[in-house]
Design a protein around this ligand. Structure first.
Ligand SMILES: [Zn+2]
Length: 192
């Protein structure tokens, strides 16, 4: 039993060669790859409006998670248009790249969270959308759940969890509870 708790503690405090661990008390950085803007050149609303709208979808997805937290210690996800703008002294060293690549996630998949994928040019985690139309707050909320350590269908179907495949809704209180079990610092930033 004791070793069980030690194992849990290790998972909680380090990424230990597995997927990166993001500390909610410090900003989580996401960097857009050029492909993330593909199609914006032809967008009738204009290039900048197109980019702003995609960023909005991403932010709305993240917001579903972070709106559960108190104002004073609200976790932050920062979107940067270039990795040159990354602060060098950041606590969350891993950076999540946002990109569009048709077929990357497998046939019929609209988006995915990948880390160390052999087909990828990055050793960093990435959120990949199949095309610009698949960039939606709900899909982003799901992929961001993976960033926070959640798995697909890790709660029973019917709970409406954002991680569910069949009937996902939005980020639910159960989703937050599950996520907080994986993040030891969650109790320090959460206020409910
Ligand atoms: Zn998933």
């Amino acid at each position: 039993m004791r070793s069980f708790f030690i194992a849990i503690a290790l998972v909680a405090i380090c990424s230990c060669g597995g997927v990166p661990y993001f500390d909610l008390r410090h900003p989580i950085y996401m960097v857009t790859e050029q492909s993330f803007w593909s199609g914006c050149e032809q967008d009738p609303t204009g290039y900048e409006a197109c980019r702003a709208s995609r960023v909005q979808q991403i932010n709305d997805g993240v917001k579903q998670w972070f709106d559960y937290f108190g104002k004073a210690n609200h976790p932050r996800a920062v979107i940067l248009y270039s990795k040159n703008n990354l602060p060098s002294n950041r606590v969350n060293e891993d950076v999540i790249y946002l990109k569009i690549e048709a077929g990357f996630c497998g046939e019929g998949s609209f988006a995915c969270y990948a880390y160390g994928a052999s087909s990828s040019s990055y050793s960093s985690p990435e959120i990949v959308f199949d095309n610009s139309f698949t960039i939606t707050p709900r899909r982003m909320a799901h992929e961001f759940g993976h960033v926070l350590g959640r798995d697909d269908n890790d709660v029973p179907e019917g709970t409406g969890s954002v991680m569910s495949y069949k009937l996902p809704t939005v980020v639910t209180p159960l989703d937050i509870e599950m996520m907080c079990r994986l993040h030891h610092e969650c109790r320090m930033v959460k206020r409910k």
